[in-house]
Design a protein around this ligand. Structure first.
Ligand code: XMP
Length: 395
């Protein structure tokens, strides 16, 4: 199998789209292309480019049951609204029992990777697709290969790539689910491989997509399992979906009211907020969560602090931590309820580093009161740790 990536295209959206059309027609003209839509901006832009290039494409959404709910609407409904022609493949009954109870972060990632690749292979076979197109973007490639995109050629074989990856093993940060899988297709086509997230958003704006998609917050491949610390159960999944929606929508509303859109580019060039979400678990202070030291992932317990809310001081303190993966500012302590909730909102350029969003304390308090309306909420924290030394997600 070959991988074709559009390398070093022009950055201005109109010129980029033209270059992407030429690229897609070069490799995918008269072929049938499988394209997985995840609900995120990268795969949406990929699909729109395929449509613009008049490529015969099968858009597929895999519903594994761990996608977020946005304003009470499940992701599969959101995606059907945006792309009514999407084929929804429902694997919930098969996938959820496999992941329930699994504790290990890399095993959770592997389960997703396997579920995606099995489902994709099945549809590719049934639909007799020749090619696969996906929304791999620049940071995905650089984190998984440990090399710069400029070290890749437009067309490479999987074998060539694996040997390149093995040579750069120290640059590896984490396994991305959409790289290094061999499908029964002639090749993959990756039109947005050289783009950063803000550049992908510009492409979506060029296609006049609604703000809710253009400014959609990044969401990890392993979905809510990256935000449920420890084993996923049907109960904590239901809870996580509710609290996640509260945090993401309330932060969205605040930005939309203040700036007319749910995300801005701040004076550091970061997308603000890049991600806003809730993580959950029982007894978070006893759980090992991920951190990042010298580019390597670490697993340590978090430390909780309380007291006066002084954003700058708290973030400065958290950026110096040693021996803990992150610092959680305690907003509410309870002896009742089941699940601790951690509110996380970060700004970032490309997810490789992140700063904590300076949300007004009144907004954080508003989120806290909304969370307390959900039965089973126990302690509530706000994560005040930048990346590094923390990671964005918890597993
Ligand atoms: P971390 O937690 O490593 O996250 O600071 C960096 C960015 O990557 C997303 N993320 C993932 N995306 N597969 C993915 O496709 C994964 O296994 C994965 N883990 C984290 C995360 O949401 C953030 O944007």
């Amino acid at each position: 199998m070959l991988n074709h990536r559009l390398i070093n295209p022009p950055r201005e959206p109109e010129k980029f789209v033209k270059a992407a059309i030429t690229f897609l027609q070069k490799y995918a003209k008269d072929k049938k292309v499988f394209c997985a839509l995840s609900g995120g901006i990268d795969s949406s832009a990929t699909y729109l480019l395929l449509k613009e290039a008049n490529i015969n494409t099968i858009p597929v959404f895999i519903d594994h049951g761990l996608m977020r709910i946005i304003r009470g609407v499940e992701e599969r409904e959101n995606i059907k609204k945006l792309f009514p022609e999407v084929m929804v493949v429902d694997i919930r009954d098969k996938f959820l029992p496999k992941i329930f109870g699994e504790e290990d972060a890399e095993v959770k990632r592997k389960l997703f990777k396997d579920a995606y690749s099995d489902t994709i292979s099945k549809v590719i076979k049934e639909e007799k697709c020749d090619l696969l197109s996906d929304g791999t973007i620049l940071p995905d490639i650089e984190e998984s290969f440990g090399v710069k995109i400029s070290d890749l050629k437009e067309t490479m074989s999987l074998k060539e790539e694996i040997s390149l990856k093995n040579k750069n093993i120290r640059g590896f940060v984490k396994s991305q689910h959409n790289l290094d899988i061999e499908y029964d297709v002639e090749a993959t086509v990756q039109p947005v491989a050289s783009l950063t997230k803000p550049e992908v958003r510009k492409v979506l704006e060029y296609f006049k997509m609604p703000n809710e998609l253009v400014y959609r917050k990044a969401f990890p491949g392993p979905a809510l399992s990256a935000r449920i610390i420890g084993p996923v159960t049907s109960e904590n999944l239901k809870f996580e979906k509710k609290v996640h929606d509260i945090v993401e929508s309330t932060v969205d509303d605040y930005y939309t009211e203040k700036f007319g859109k749910p995300m801005i580019i701040n004076d550091k060039g970061e997308q603000e907020p890049f991600q806003a979400f809730a993580a959950t678990t029982t007894d978070v202070l006893l759980r090992k969560v991920t951190g990042m030291i010298n580019g390597q992932r670490t697993y340590e317990v978090p430390l909780s602090i309380k007291g006066e809310w002084d954003f700058e001081k708290l973030v400065h303190f958290s950026s110096q931590i040693k021996g803990y993966a992150r610092i959680l500012y305690e907003l509410y302590e309870s002896h009742e309820g089941i699940y601790d909730v951690i509110i996380r909102s970060i700004n970032s350029i490309d997810a490789r580093t992140a700063s904590v969003t300076n949300l007004p304390i009144d907004l954080i308090e508003e989120i806290k009161y909304k969370l307390l309306e959900i039965p089973d909420t126990k302690n509530i924290y706000f994560d005040i740790t930048p990346k590094p030394p923390a990671t964005i997600e918890y597993v």
